[in-house]
Every structure is written in C-alpha cells, then in structure tokens.
Design a protein around this ligand. Structure first.
Ligand SMILES: *[C@@H]1O[C@H](CO)[C@@H](O)[C@H](O)[C@H]1NC(C)=O
Ligand SMILES: *[C@@H]1O[C@H](CO)[C@@H](O)[C@H](O)[C@H]1NC(C)=O
Ligand SMILES: *[C@@H]1O[C@H](CO)[C@@H](O)[C@H](O)[C@H]1NC(C)=O
Ligand SMILES: *[C@@H]1O[C@H](CO)[C@@H](O)[C@H](O)[C@H]1NC(C)=O
Ligand SMILES: *[C@@H]1O[C@H](CO)[C@@H](O)[C@H](O)[C@H]1NC(C)=O
Ligand SMILES: *[C@@H]1O[C@H](CO)[C@@H](O)[C@H](O)[C@H]1NC(C)=O
Length: 925
C-alpha cells in the first residue's frame, strides 16, 4: 500500500535540502569552490595569506563586486610557492590577476575573457597557453617577464586584445622576429609600452612600427645568435617615443633623425654596431636626460650634449670610432669630407671599423690610398655598397682615381666631379646609375659599362630590375603565404569554435547536429573580425568565392592626420557638424566628392577619458559590422590627436527629424518611416546583443545617436560607452554613463545591480538597459515628444511615466499620438502595437522586458505591410581592403540599389546640413 504521507515527507525533505544548499551557495558566493582550490594549491597560503574566513570576499588580497563575485586577486610578492588551479578560469568576473614576485610553478591556467590586468612576472611558471589571449578584448596591461617558459613565438591570440596599452614580456623565451602587429597598423591603437627585452628575437625592426604611438620601446639584450639587426631607421617615424632601449643587439647603420621626438628622454643604443656621425639634432634635443652610446662604431666628433643629458660615453673603455677622444673637438676637414662621402652609402660598417683617428693617411683606412700625405686613390670597388655618389667626392682635390665599380649604387654621376683637378680615372661600371654623363676633362678615363640606364633621363621601370623582380616574387610569395596562413587560421578557428561549442554544450547533454556547429552568420562575422585583427592575407580577394569571408586588414583603417586636415579644410568652422562633451564632429569631403564624418576628440583634461572611449569605439567597431550600425572607416592617433572617421550620414540624427523638423523646414516624419527607422534600430541593437560572438551593450541609445541616410534608413552610432558583457566595473564607478530620460531605472539608481549578477544570465539582463532606452525611443516616435520635456507640467514631464499611464486608458490613448501623423485605421492598429511594445520594453523590472529579437519580430511584420521588398542581406559585401573612397563608393552604390522609395527626396533637397542641428551624435554628459 502506498503511503501518500511518506511520499510527501520525502519530497519535502528533498526540497528542504535543496533550499538549504542553495542558501549555502548563495551565502558563500559562487566563486567559493574555486578560491578554496586556489588556497589548496598554494602551499603556504594559510600562513602567509591567512585565507581562513568562510567568505572569500573577506580574504586578504581578494576583492569582490556587489554580487560577491571575485574581481581581483592581488597576491604579488608574498613569497608564495605552489601552482595555480585550472579552475581559475571559472572566476568569470575576474578583472585583475596579480601574482608577481613569487615562486609559483606549473603551467599558467586560462583565465576569463573579462580580464583587464595580468601581472605574473618573476615566477617559475613552466608554460603559458598559446591561445590564452583569445577574445580578451578588455585586457589593458600584461606583464609576463622573467618566467622560464620554453621557447615560443609571440602568440597570435594577442591580436584579440584590442584595448592593450602595456605589454611586457621580457625574458620569456620568445623566438622568431618581432611581429608586425605591434605596429601602427595593427590591432592595438592604444599601445603605449612594449617591452620584449632579453628574448631570442632576431631580424629587423618591423616597418609597421612607423607612425605607431608607442612611448616606451624596450628591445635590449636579445640572446639569439644574430640578435636584432638591420637599421634603426624606423625609429625616426615613431615620434611618440619617450624611452628607447635597443642596446645589446646587432643593429647597424647610423642613428636615425630623432629631432621630432620632443618627449624622448632615455636612449640606450650601446653595444650595437651603429656607425656614422651622431646627429646634431640628438645632441640638442631638449627633453633628453640619458644617452648611452658606448661600444658601437660611431664616427665623427665625440658629442657634448648641450641639454645636460647624462652620457655613458666612456672614451677609455667604451669602443667607438670617434676621430678624437676629446668631446667637442672637431674632426679634421679631410675626415669630415670622407664621412660625408660615405653618408649617402649609409656609413658602411667596414669603413667605420677601420677608419680610426683623425688622419686618413696615418693608418690604413679601408678604401683610401694615400701618397705623400694626400689621398690619391679612392677604391670602393666590390664592397656591396648601395646608396648614391656623394658630390663631396669633388672636395678631395688630390684624388687621381675614383673607383666605385661593382656595387649597387643608384642615382646619377654628380656634375661637380668634373671639377676634380687631378682626376685621371672614374670607374663606376656595374652599378645601377642613370642620367646624362657629365663632360669631364679630356684625358679622364671613364668606365661606365654595366649601368643599363646610363645616358637615359630616368631609370626605366626595370632600372633596379633585379630588386623589383625580387620584390614581385616576394609580394607573390607573401600573398600565397598570406592565403595559406589565413586558411590555416580559419581552419584553426573552426576547430577551436567546434571544441568550444562542444565544451559548452556537453553539460546539457544535447546531441548536436554537426552542421549546426556555427551559425553561418556568426562564422562570417567571427572570421572577418579575426582576420581584420590578424591582418592576414595580402591578397585583396575573398579567400574563396563562396566563403563570404573578406580579408580585412586593420592597417587599412589608419588614416594620417594630414589627410584628415585636408578633407576637413583644416577642421574649419564651416565643416562642423556638431559639438559635444568629447569633442567635435566635422564633415569631410574626399577627392571625387564622397563625404565622411570626422570625430575629433577633445584633448587636454578630458584626454584620459577620451582615450578609453576612443579605444572602446575602435575596438567595438572593428569587431561589429552591420548594415544598421554606423561604420568606422578609419582612425588616426597622432600625438594628442584622436580622430575617428565614419561614413557620413547626410540626414543627420533622428532627433533632428523628430523634434526639430519645423526649425529646419522639413516635413514631419510619416508613420511608416518612423516604423522603418525603429526596425532598423532594433536590428542593429539585436546584432550587438545576440548575433556577435560577444555581447555588446550600447548603453547610450537615444535619437541623437541614431543617424539617417538620404533614404531615411537608420544606423545606430556612438559606441564610446559600449561595454562587453559581463560589464566592466569601472564604468559604474564613474556613475554617469548614458543619458537621463533613457536610462533604465535599475541602471540609473544602481539599486538592483545584484540582479544582474544572477548566476547565469548576467549579460542578458544587462542588455535590458538598451531595451529600455529603445522603448523610450519608440514612445518618442509615437508622441513626437522628448524623453524629458521641461515645457510640460511636472506630472507629465517624464515621458515614460506619462506614456505608460495613458496606455492604460484606452479612450485617452489616441490623444498621445503625434498630431502630425495622419492616422487611418491601419496606421492606428500599427501604432497601438508599437505602443504596447514600448510599454513592454520599459517595464520596471529588467526581466519583464523582452529581448531585442522580440522587438524585431514585432516590428518587422508591421513594416512589411508597406515594404515587402526589404533586402535581407546583412553582410553588405564591403571589402575592407579597399581604400577609403572605394569603400565609400561601394556603400553608396549599395544604398542606391536599395528598393526603399524615399518620399523625402523633395525635402532632403533643401535641407541645410550644416546648420546648428545635431547632425551627429554628441556628448553623453
Ligand atoms: C624562491 O625560492 C628560493 C628558494 O627556494 C628563495 O631563495 C627565493 O627568495 C624565492 N623567491 C621569491 C621571490 O620568493
Ligand atoms: C601602462 O603603463 C603606464 C606607464 O608605465 C601606466 O601609467 C599606465 O597606467 C599603464 N596602463 C595600464 C592599463 O596599466
Ligand atoms: C639579420 O639576421 C638574419 C638572421 O637572423 C639574416 O638572415 C639577415 O640577413 C640579417 N640582416 C641584416 C640586415 O644583417
Ligand atoms: C617614415 O614615414 C614616411 C612618411 O610617412 C615614409 O615615407 C617613410 O618610408 C617612413 N620611413 C620608415 C623608415 O618607415
Ligand atoms: C646609461 O648610462 C647611464 C650613465 O652611465 C647609466 O646610469 C644607465 O644605467 C645606462 N642605461 C642603460 C640602459 O644602460
Ligand atoms: C698635397 O696637396 C697639397 C695641396 O692640395 C699640396 O700642396 C701638397 O704638395 C701635396 N703633397 C704631396 C706630397 O703631393
């Protein structure tokens, strides 16, 4: 016989136990288990760290957020031993992990993607995951120095760290060449400090360093056989540099011109093979404090630094090839002449090594033959020289034979050489000279053979045919390699995604259809993003005709300040589209008439905040591309200047057409236009929330951030406040992010924040902040009233409150509709549906609000009533390898083909686009 009584008892006990365990978990916090594991694996944690409390948030060196999730572990310099558990990855709110200066061993574990700072230097970690940095788009500072990792290459996953400011990996076993992606065209627009000293790097400095914003560059003391080599020329174009340490390498050639480096204070070039004279501009550089030059092959007069800089120029122990030991004492005129002769040849090392002292005829100087104390023969034959023939040769009046055959010398024969009084023979055969041969005195023997272009006005395109063929082959090779690498990476990503997906799905025990591993659109987006950041793929064409993947080179996004000055007429007043707290937006016009919008960030005291918003915006916009999100076309970071370049949206902001149409002499927006705009916005935001690999939260949706094209199709803009979910805590500390009137209550008041730390749905809950703002925008479109309207009586001042009240009163509802909307039955039904959606979106509790995808589902059938032919493609077909103007053209063509039939062509013709209207999203404050 069954005993219902007993059944009830058992189930209530189970219930009780469940409730109890839930309560225990709630009390201890979700990260308890992981922290206990960490405590166990650090051998001396109990004594040193005194981690004893049952609440891990009370542990020393540990910090939590309001939801009791661990955000910081800072256990540096605690004399710890042991290793780290791989479960650390489960601390999904962790922002700072610091364990530097301990004796920790074992492999370093993966950590969560929300990490911002990582300091693990001075430990004994035996390895570090190669794909550790994948998707770590919040990571700002990394220090891995002095760990005994086995030899490895700089991991490519690092390219995902678009917010990276400081990267220090000294003595960590890196091999190979310094990757291009640290350069100005790479994924790190905000990189300030790069330290890669004491590794095993070889090869030259990457050309991509040119134009970078790096301030501290430490590359000293490579341990490989060949060390870093080549010239330092690219440093000339790194004018943000403050500190340069390249000592202990094999660099050759002269010290580059550093005269534009007005913040440079510490330059260590010692222990290389640098040659040539020290540039006078370095000697007089005002900011300079320390200069280290010993143990090179520097030539000319030993410098006296006028700026009081400390110099390590030890004449007795330090090797250099100065002409004298007395600083400031000039070299003899003959030595100066010879130095200027070899300058256009790049001060070859073989001369520097042998040209000692102040008298070329006192010792045997390579290439110089003297007779009776005068130079009689210059013999530079077959020395692998490149560069050009210096006119200074003419100053050597005692020379009878000038022999420079069998090199790679380019340019022309200087006419002034005809003035050399004793010259008997000039042999320049087998070089790459061109141009008219000047007329020498009768009796001078000229040997010109083996210069294919000699006598011609210009070098034919094949003038340096050897090298250009070489370059071509190289280019092709690069393309091929690029494609192969690209394909391998894609395959890799595919596999990783597959693994990740499987891992994610496993606990739920679902059988997956292997064909459904990756949503096709995701794969396009992911790959496009990854490639954009990797900069792989030299070829401009899609990898395969069917793949829909466009190799995007992030490099193509950097635009020089000069170009931006030109197109905005030097940022002239007339070109201002709008101003805001962060700076000014200018209209620019490219050659051929295509227009762009240039956002110039304010410098000065706002600079810090500006920089982070600038970087967030670049990071987000290079990752997300969607038809209804304003596209970033490029950016520029030049000294204090920070500029973002967008596609130009000729009709300006929605706020202009919605609230200022009268002043602007425009027609009010028809309902179906408003509806289409609403759907466009919903789709753009849905993409941010659901359709990218990560979840992005816009945080500042409002009509002034919704921009319209001439066809009145909308795009969401202004991504400066966007946060990845889970949310960065920093943004809360500043408090005010977003705009009053559009802020969700839980966000504005900060009271319900615990809810968003609810175990599983952190991201989804906080996306509801945007849903709320969207609901407010819908209300504005229905009523034609602003979110906050000071002209109304106090009880009607707040649109959301008033609207929701009116919504409940069926008979009053028609009165809130914007009187400019012509309302027939069909329109009224449509408006009622949207009003309901608006009410739903602005529900007080976040969980009561729908997802953005729900809004899309509600709005799209309403739009289709009028517009059944809306093109559905979301990919756009824009190839970001194109130049800026080409890309713009493609966009315009695309827009032109759109079947949307604007009823506003007449009004747009007389639109005043440079009036005071907010034609571009403005400040948040
Ligand atoms: C690491 O351990 C060694 C001895 O095992 C000790 O001498 C050294 O000071 C420790 N280093 C740190 C940073 O604790
Ligand atoms: C990067 O380093 C600089 C100077 O060393 C420091 O001022 C800055 O705060 C660091 N940035 C981060 C994100 O730690
Ligand atoms: C630099 O070193 C590499 C070997 O690591 C060598 O192949 C290359 O020719 C060197 N370049 C120069 C300019 O010396
Ligand atoms: C430096 O910049 C100029 C102008 O952008 C460029 O022509 C030159 O090639 C660059 N030099 C180096 C060494 O990168
Ligand atoms: C450069 O030289 C100064 C003066 O001798 C010295 O104090 C400093 O440590 C040196 N810097 C480097 C990086 O060697
Ligand atoms: C060296 O040249 C100077 C002037 O150019 C001349 O006066 C002198 O005689 C020359 N010496 C010899 C040994 O030719």
């Amino acid at each position: 016989m069954e005993n219902p009584q007993m059944g009830f008892g058992v189930s209530s006990i189970i219930c009780f136990v469940l409730v109890l365990s839930v309560m225990v978990i709630a009390a201890r916090g979700q990260d308890y288990e992981v922290m206990i594991m960490l405590k166990k694996m650090i051998i001396n944690a109990p004594t040193t760290l005194q981690w004893t409390d049952s609440d891990v948030c009370k542990w020393n060196h540990v910090q939590c957020d309001k939801g009791k999730r661990v955000t910081s572990i800072q256990i540096g310099n605690q004399n710890l031993q042991g290793s780290l558990p791989k479960e650390l990855e489960k601390l999904s709110e962790l922002e700072n992990f610091e364990c530097q200066g301990n004796n920790l061993t074992g492999s370093f574990p993966y950590l969560t993607k929300s990490l911002q700072n990582l300091f693990i230097q001075d430990n004994m970690f035996s390895s570090f995951p190669n794909d550790f940095f994948m998707d770590m788009s919040n990571l700002e500072a990394v220090c891995l120095d002095d760990n005994p990792f086995p030899q490895w290459q700089v991991p490519h996953s690092l390219e995902d760290c678009v917010a990276l400011q400081n990267f220090s990996a000294q003595n960590v076993g890196f091999v190979g060449t310094i990757p291009d992606f640290f350069g100005s065209r790479g994924p790190f627009p905000g990189l300030l400090n790069l330290a890669l000293s004491r590794n095993y790097f070889e090869g030259g400095l990457p050309a991509s360093f040119s134009g970078s914003s790096i301030e501290t560059l430490l590359l000293n003391g490579q341990n490989s056989n060949s060390k870093l080599n080549g010239t330092l020329e690219v440093l000339k174009n790194m004018t943000s540099l403050k500190q340069i340490w390249v000592h202990g390498n094999s660099f050759t050639g002269p010290i580059p011109d550093l005269s534009h480096h007005d913040q440079l204070y510490d330059v260590s070039l010692r222990d290389n093979q640098l040659t040539g004279v020290i540039p006078p501009s370095l000697v007089t550089l005002p900011s300079l404090k320390v200069v280290n030059l010993t143990n090179n092959n520097l030539q000319g007069s030993p410098p006296v630094f006028e700026n009081g800089a400390k110099v390590d120029n030890n004449m007795n122990t330090g090797r250099n090839q100065f002409c004298t030991k007395i600083p400031g004492q000039p070299c003899s005129p003959l030595v100066n002449t010879l130095l200027s002769v070899v300058e256009p040849l790049g001060y070859p090392l073989r001369f520097a090594e042998s040209w000692e002292g102040n008298d070329p005829c006192a010792n045997t100087w390579t290439g110089i033959v003297c007779s009776g104390g005068n130079i009689s023969v210059i013999n530079f034959q077959s020395m692998d020289l490149s560069g050009s023939i210096s006119p200074s040769f003419a100053t050597l009046t005692s020379v009878t034979k000038l022999l420079i055959a069998n090199n790679h010398i380019t340019g022309t024969i200087p006419t002034v050489l005809t003035s050399m009084p004793l010259l008997q023979e000039l042999d320049v055969s087998n070089n790459n000279l061109y141009g008219r041969v000047p007329s020498f005195r009768e009796g001078v023997v000229l040997k010109l053979g083996g210069n294919p272009d000699i006598g011609k006005d210009k070098p034919t395109s094949g003038a340096d045919s050897d090298s250009s063929i070489g370059d071509n082959i190289k280019n092709h090779l690069q393309i091929v390699i690029g494609i192969v690498v690209g394909a391998v990476i894609l395959l890799g990503i595919g596999i990783l995604l597959f693994i990740k997906y499987r891992r994610k799905m496993k606990p739920k025990g679902k059988v997956q259809n292997p064909n459904a591993i990756v949503h096709p659109r995701h794969s396009v987006d992911d790959n496009a993003m990854r490639i954009s950041i990797a900069g792989v793929g030299g070829g401009g064409a899609p990898l395969s005709p069917r793949s829909n993947v466009y190799p995007v080179e992030a490099g193509s996004m950097v635009i020089s300040i000069q170009v931006l000055r030109e197109v905005t007429n030097n940022f002239s007043e007339e070109n201002i589209l709008g101003k805001g707290g962060f700076g000014t937006v200018y209209k620019g016009e490219l050659e051929g008439g295509t227009k762009i919008a240039v956002k110039r960030m304010q410098s000065g005291n706002m600079a810090e905040k500006g920089l982070s918003e600038f970087m967030v915006e670049i990071a987000v916009l290079t990752k997300v591309r969607h038809k209804h999100l304003v596209s970033l076309l490029g950016y520029c970071l030049d000294g204090d200047e920070r500029l973002l370049v967008y596609e130009y949206m000729p009709q300006g902001a929605l706020s202009r057409l919605l609230f200022h149409w009268k002043e602007e002499g425009l027609k009010p927006l028809e309902w179906k236009t408003r509806l289409t705009i609403a759907l466009d916005v919903a789709r753009g935001v849905e993409y941010l929330h659901d359709l990218t690999q990560q979840i992005f939260i816009h945080r500042d949706l409002k009509p002034s951030n919704i921009l319209l094209g001439d066809d009145l199709r909308a795009k969401v803009s202004d991504f400066g406040l966007v946060r990845l979910a889970p949310q960065g805590k920093a943004s809360f500390q500043t408090g005010l992010a977003g705009t009053f009137g559009y802020l969700a209550p839980e966000y504005a008041e900060g009271t319900n924040m615990e809810i968003s730390f609810d175990s599983t749905a952190t991201g989804r809950l906080t996306t509801k902040v945007d849903v709320y703002s969207f609901g407010v925008i819908l209300m504005e479109m229905i009523t034609g009233r602003k979110a906050l309207d000071e002209s109304r009586p106090e009880e009607n001042f707040h649109l959301v409150t008033w609207f929701r009240r009116m919504l409940l009163k069926k008979d009053l509802f028609p009165m809130i509709i914007d009187p400019t909307i012509a309302v027939d039955d069909e329109t009224f039904a449509s408006i009622s549906t949207v009003a309901e959606l608006a009410g739903h979106c602005t529900s007080r509790e976040p969980y009561q609000r729908p997802d953005m995808s729900h809004a899309v589902r509600v709005l799209s059938p309403l739009v289709e009533v009028w517009e059944p032919t809306e093109p559905i493609d979301e990919t756009y077909g824009v190839n970001f390898e194109m130049t800026l103007p080409q890309a713009l053209q493609r966009w315009e063509d695309h827009e032109g083909n759109s079947t949307w039939n604007s009823t506003y062509s007449s009004s747009s013709a007389n639109t005043n686009t440079n009036g005071q209207s907010q034609a571009f999203p403005l400040g948040h404050l």
